[in-house]
Design a protein around this ligand. Structure first.
Ligand code: 5GP
Length: 120
């Protein structure tokens, strides 16, 4: 069991999904939305976010299997849409120690940049 407690209240991403915080939404469907990262680490830096507030990847379970697969497919679709499908990086930070700052699961889709091994 982990002693981790997520911050109370709706996450910043839920507030964006509800239109309470403005953000350009590149794509959305009933399960997820895609926005640009506010502090991009690459020329293309998108966030693929499930509408369901799963705190961290480690908090997902088999009930989320279809949703998790959907997020990967949407990431691929966005890579094609943003013309980075030949080369991109997909990152999930899980936990503070890994750099997670927003405790609502999301995939970072980054491209149009030369990634070097030292970036890992
Ligand atoms: P994490 O560090 O949790 O893996 O990633 C969270 C990401 O969300 C960061 O890259 C950060 O720049 C981005 N972010 C935080 N707040 C906002 C916001 O209000 N709007 C957008 N578009 N991105 C945000």
């Amino acid at each position: 069991m982990s002693g981790f407690a997520p911050p109370a209240g709706p996450s910043i991403f839920t507030r964006i999904a509800k239109g309470e915080i403005p953000s350009e939404i590149h794509y959305q469907d009933d399960q997820c939305l895609v926005i640009s990262d506010i502090q991009p680490q690459a020329p293309v830096h998108l966030l693929v976010i499930p509408k369901l507030e799963i705190t961290r990847l480690v908090d997902a379970n088999s009930e989320h299997q279809v949703l998790l697969g959907h997020l990967l497919l949407v990431a691929g679709e966005m890579a094609r849409k943003f013309d980075i499908d030949e080369s991109f990086r997909l990152v999930i930070n899980n936990g503070e120690g890994a750099g997670q700052t927003v405790f609502h699961l999301h995939l970072h889709l980054m491209g149009d940049k030369d990634f070097e091994e030292s970036d890992l």
